[in-house]
Every structure is written in C-alpha cells, then in structure tokens.
Design a protein around this ligand. Sequence first.
Ligand code: HGY
Ligand code: MN
Ligand code: MN
Length: 413
Amino acid sequence: MAIEEITGRIAKDLEYLKRYTATPGNGCTRLPFTKEARKAVDYLKELMKDAGLEVSEDVTGNVFGVLKGENPEAPCVMMGSHYDSVVNGGDYDGIAGVICAIEVARQLREQGVKLNRNFVAVGFCDEEGMRFGTGYFGSGAMLGHRDVEYCKKFKDTDGISIYEAMQEYGLDPEMIEQAKWPDNSIGYFMEAHIEQGPVLDTEKIEIGLVDCIVGIQRYMVTVNGRADHAGTTPMDMRMDAVDAATKVISKIPDWAREKADGTVATIGYINTVPGGMNIVAEKCEFTVDIRSKNNDNINDIANRIRAALDREVQMMGGSYEMDTKLVITPVDLSQEMLSIMEESCKEHNYSYKYLPSGAGHDSLEIGQQLPTVMLFVPSREGRSHCPVEFTKYSSFAKASVVMTDLAINLLSR
Ligand code: HGY
Ligand code: MN
Ligand code: MN
C-alpha cells in the first residue's frame, strides 16, 4: 500500500480520537478510568475489529487485538503504547503508538504475511501516572507487578484510589492479578512513539531508533509546619512549611545540572495548605521527578533531597513525609531488534539516528524483563505534554512501515 494511503488511514484515526478529551480546545486530557478513556477504548476496539483482530479488554482496562498465527502458543510479538494522556496534553503521545500497532496489523494482513506466532496490538490504560502520581499501571499489571494493595494505596487529588476509580469505571480491582500474562507468553515488545524532544526535528531526521530509556524516581513530599497569622506571628516564631520546602526545592534543579550528563529533575506540582494569603502555611506539598541514564545519579539526588529536608525541617521544628510514587531503573533496548529496524530504514531510504529516551514509556517497564524496542518520530520543535504537540501523519506512516518489517522478521521465527 502506498505511504500516502497509510498516512491517510492513520490521520483519519488520530483525528477522530482527538474528540475524546475532558478539555476540548485545550489539549488532550484523557485520564485513566474516565468517560474519555472509555470512549477512546471503544473506538480502538472498533478499529481492531475492522483490522481483523480478536479484541479483548482486561481487568485493568488494557485493550488487546490479536492477529492469530500458526502457533498461538508461541510467545507473541506485541506492539502498542498507552491511550491515556497527561492533563492538557498533546494528541499524539501514546495513542499514536496504539494506532501504529493497529496499522502494522493491517499491513501484515494486506501483505498476506505468514505468521508463525500471534501478533498482538495493545493499548495500555495508565502509562502517564498523571491521575494517581504513579506510572505504567496497565503494562505493569500485564507483567504481574500490580496488586490490590497497590490499587488501594495510590489516590488522586480528590482522594479517589485506583481501586475506587476502577470500580467506578466498571472493573473489579480484586481481580487485578488476572491481568498478568503467563510467563513466556510475550516474546517481543515494540513501541512507536513521538520523541517528545527536539533532536529529530532539529536535525531533520525521520526515524529515531531508541537504544535506551532513562530511569525515573517520583516522590510526593509533604512538609508539615504550623498554620499561624501572617501578620502577628514574628518570623522567628513561625513553623512555615513553605519556607522550609522552598529552601529544598530551590536546590534540586542545580543538583541535576551538576551531573552534566543529561540528568534532569522536575518539580511539577506545588501546593500549600490551607492556602490563604494571610495564613502561614501549615503544609507544603510538592512532587519530584528525577531521571537519568545513570541510576546512581537518581539515587544521589533523592538522598540529597532527604538530607536537605532533614536539615530544614529540624530547624523549623516540624516534620515531613517523602512518599515514593515510582522507582524504575534505566533500560537498554534490544540491539537485535534495533538492527533490523536500521536495515529497514536503509531499505526505505528513511534518515535515522540512534538516540536515548528522556521520557518514560511502557517500554521502560516492559524492557526490564522482555526483548523490547522503541521507534521515535519527530515532535515539532520538540514540544510535548502540551496542546501544541505535533507530529506529521506521514511520520507515523513511515514508522508503521519500518515496524511492519520488524514484525515480519519476528513473526517468521
Ligand atoms: O513522563 C513521561 O516521561 C511519559 O510521558 N510518561
Ligand atoms: Mn507517552
Ligand atoms: Mn507522556
């Protein structure tokens, strides 16, 4: 099929899916276990059925489409990404990778490829961790890394746990462990994704071959002081949670800069309680997201945060909690699968470049234990996690052509 026709199919699907957002006109907000997620999954199911796939949805809200091979018992070739988004995010992060997986299934059928094993397209339910502060929920559950205790532990800012959100969505969280796929049932995992950074766009390169993904640690820190009158309380009598917290927060970006190797640290959320302009803050909550290819750097910054909190809180006379939301180590992706994609790029005369991923992905979770590979396509001006996120549909079409070549190789084994 001509690349223009493939581009048209992908464009139609992604344009249609743009409507499933809680913030129309202000980016994509499709959080897990919401009506927007439900509608997107129902549409993905239709596309999978139209592509001749056997469709199912698991106990966590992951959606699978299976193209049967000769030996359905053999470890399958799985391809996909996530259908959830951040708040006011872009229209391509995650969901485009799910559409690319369905597009690969279409091309496998159209080319009459003989499948020795199943090809499975997947849409994972909660990669971002945006709602509950975690990450990789659906892909983690598929690997058996999520349980009922986990679902009860993490809550959104309205105090709703994953457990309750799943129930409201019509799922039974008590069955979470049924999401686990049997050992050796997945042979390979492939993911197409937007780069979400500036490299490919700046260098005018069409395909990114991702050789590693950074490790990530995420924390919610709560500093506890004492509420007091902003006017009558002398400065040396205060237990000002904001004063203590900001003394720590202000140091964190420099600790990342000092590593001078691409290590990053982000304070994405700060909140004060009770939040009155004439009240000394009783509490100050903030998130920390630390990432690096070097896990020692991540641990070092997390330890420096703890030491700084100990110091500042001791001086203030209050306390703090540093709740762990996510800890995942860096992962190297499959060189064998990357080489096959590199050959495909050469054959189709697509420019390409090997590069690391500074963003986390379902492949980060899955690559910890299975042969995994990612392919990036350019993000205009490197922008992502915002409404201006943009990638040309023809880029996704090229990605699907390269990944079909990889799938054919793996499915012939
Ligand atoms: O946060 C990330 O890196 C990804 O977009 N989930
Ligand atoms: Mn993503
Ligand atoms: Mn994302």
